[in-house]
Every structure is written in C-alpha cells, then in structure tokens.
Ligand binder design. Structure first.
Ligand code: SF4
Length: 339
C-alpha cells in the first residue's frame, strides 16, 4: 500500500501519511485513499437571492439554492461562518462531541434544487474547495439539466483544482482578503494562488467573476486597498464588493468598520478603474446600484431584494447592453433562469 498520498484540492497540496489530515481537517488519508470527512453531510442549506452571495452581475433578481458541507483550509479569526468551517467547532466531523449528520447524495441535493424552483446551485457558506469532490459531482448533474453553478470561495485552488472548477462552475465570487502579509498573519494563507485564480477566471469570456473584500478598519489601510485595486484591475476584474467588518469569532472585541472608512475605500477602488464597485453591509445607497460603465446612467436601482433587479434588467439592460447607449455591461443578464 502506498504510504503517503498528495491531496490536490488546494494550494497547500498536502502530502498525507496514513491516518493523517491536512490543515483543513477534512481531507484524510484512510487506508491508502484520501477521503473527505463529512462527505454528503449538509451543514447549511437554503434558498437565497443571488445578490446575497454577493453576485450582482449573474442573473440579478434570481433566487439560488445554496448549501455547504463542513470545512475550510484557512483559519481566519474574523470568519462569519466559523461554526461550519473551523476545526474548533462541534460541527467538525472529527470533533469529539460530533453527532453524525445524515448523508445526502448529490442526486438528492439536485432534487432539492429542482423542488425549490431555482436554476442556480450555489456552493457557499463554508469553503467548497475542501469538499470539491461532492461539489463537482453535484455540479455535473446541474449542468446536465441545463442549469447553472455558482461558487463562493477563497480562491486558493491548486492548479489542477482550478482546472476542474473552470470545467464545472459558471460564476465565481472570490474573496480577496488583503495583501500577502494579511493572508499569512490572519488566514494561514497566501495571496499569490488567489490572484492566479482571479486572473485565470477573469480571462474566460464565458465565466462571471466578482471579487469581495471584507475591510477591517485598523488593519486594512488605504495604501493596501489601492495596491489591491491595482492588482485586481491589472487582472481584468470588473466587479468588486467592499464590505464592512462586524465583530466576529476571535475578533469579537474589535469595533465594526465605520461607514466613513468604507466610503473612503470605495472611492479609492473606483479611482482604480474597476468599472463596478459595490458596498456591502452598508447603508451607502450610491454604491448599491449598477450603472453603465460608459454613460453612467443607472441600470439597476437596487440589489437588495430578489425580483426588483430583474424588473430593471428587463427594461434597461437589453441582451447584455445598456439600453441608453448600447455599451456592453459585464455579466449574464438574459432571462433564462427561473426562480
Ligand atoms: S484540501 Fe488543502 S489543506 Fe486540505 S488536505 Fe487537501 S491540500 Fe491539504
């Protein structure tokens, strides 16, 4: 029997001895095969507006069926979903107090999506990279039915898992968290593989890519945001969500990011030339609308609730173009998805 095996799911590319897990705590060498602990055990699911992912340029106004298995390959102290992603949670399948959840097959998850009347399956809430075997089996069923796949991810793929994702996923929201020092200090991650994924996905005409950054006032600086903006712009990013931090998990004693700081960073992001910049966890209305990148007229008034955006798209974005001046608007706006 082979003694060590390499997991190729993420940038770590861990070499695992028999009975050893990677830092994700999910992928484990058991009997000469790397298994995904918690395979098929759904820790969160629901029907959401696609705007909640956040995705503003992928069939806005649609609903999506979303779910998660347990796990993540990062250790961010500010994680909003730590109970379903971090190994100090009782939901971790290897936790001493863990009670086994029932297993749902990819076929059963696809049937639930069909029952919900939605046409987009979203892999989200935790980090789908570490349960990508289950994700891609499900995504295949979704594509065979002519429907769509959306992945919300930290983007820390290995080269081979990025290829798999490009074969199966139609829309990505990638969290780009900060500079490389931020990744190493706060996440046990690295910026390089994330930017590689951003560049590869942005270069694919048929994919929709949106990027999200959670801004932590007192840690992120204007200089860092300007640097990040330049790096994203160079790689062809068209849509960037900047979101306010609220106290969480190991950063529960840190104050929330102010609207004033967010507004300054949004301005810096817009100055970089990225055409669509949005605010998250914020009341700043001017950064919640979609405008034409050329004539700057408002095309989508509100991204808050499912249905509203769809009305605007019907009237103001025709075949992916601004109805005022004809400029192409980045994303997918046709009316195909139901739900
Ligand atoms: S998913 Fe990443 S961290 Fe986990 S075992 Fe595989 S390569 Fe290592």
């Amino acid at each position: 029997m082979q003694d060590t095996l390499r997991c190729d799911f993420c940038f770590h590319r861990c070499l695992l001895h028999e009975q050893e897990s990677g830092p994700c705590g999910v992928r484990k060498n058991i009997g000469g095969k790397i298994s995904t602990l918690g395979y098929g055990q759904i820790v969160a699911s629901g029907v959401d507006p696609i705007e909640k992912k956040p995705m503003y340029h992928f069939f806005p106004g649609s609903r999506t069926f979303s779910f998660a298995l347990f796990g993540c390959n990062y250790t961010c102290g500010f994680c909003q979903n730590n109970r379903i992603s971090q190994t100090d949670s009782p939901y971790w399948p290897a936790s001493p107090g863990y009670r086994t959840l029932p297993v749902a097959t990819p076929q059963q998850m696809f049937a639930m999506m069909e029952h919900s009347g939605t046409s987009i399956m979203s892999y989200t809430y935790s980090e789908p990279i570490v349960w990508q075997d289950y994700m891609f089996e499900t995504a295949q069923l979704v594509h065979e039915a002519g429907k769509f796949n959306c992945m919300v991810t930290n983007g820390s793929f290995s080269p081979v898992s990025l290829e798999r994702a490009l074969n199966h996923i139609d829309a990505f929201n990638i969290d780009v968290k900060g500079d490389d020092q931020f990744y190493r200090h706060h996440c046990a991650g690295a910026l390089g593989p994330v930017l590689d994924a951003v560049e590869a996905i942005a270069s694919e005409q048929a994919k929709v890519l949106e990027v999200t950054t959670l801004l932590i006032e007192g840690i992120h600086t204007r200089h860092q945001v300007e640097e990040l903006a330049a790096q994203l712009h160079r790689r062809g990013v068209q849509v960037w969500h900047l979101s306010r931090f609220f106290p969480q998990y190991h950063m529960a004693d840190r104050p929330a990011t102010s609207e004033r700081f967010l507004a300054e960073m949004l301005q810096a992001a817009q100055d970089s030339g990225i055409p669509h910049v949005y605010s998250g966890n914020s009341g700043l209305l001017s950064y919640s609308q979609t405008t034409c990148p050329s004539c700057h007229r408002i095309l989508i008034k509100a991204h808050s609730y499912a249905g509203e955006a769809r009305e605007d798209v019907r009237k103001l974005i025709k075949d992916g173009h601004c109805s005022y001046c004809g400029t192409t608007v980045y994303g997918r706006f046709d009316q195909r998805p139901t739900g």
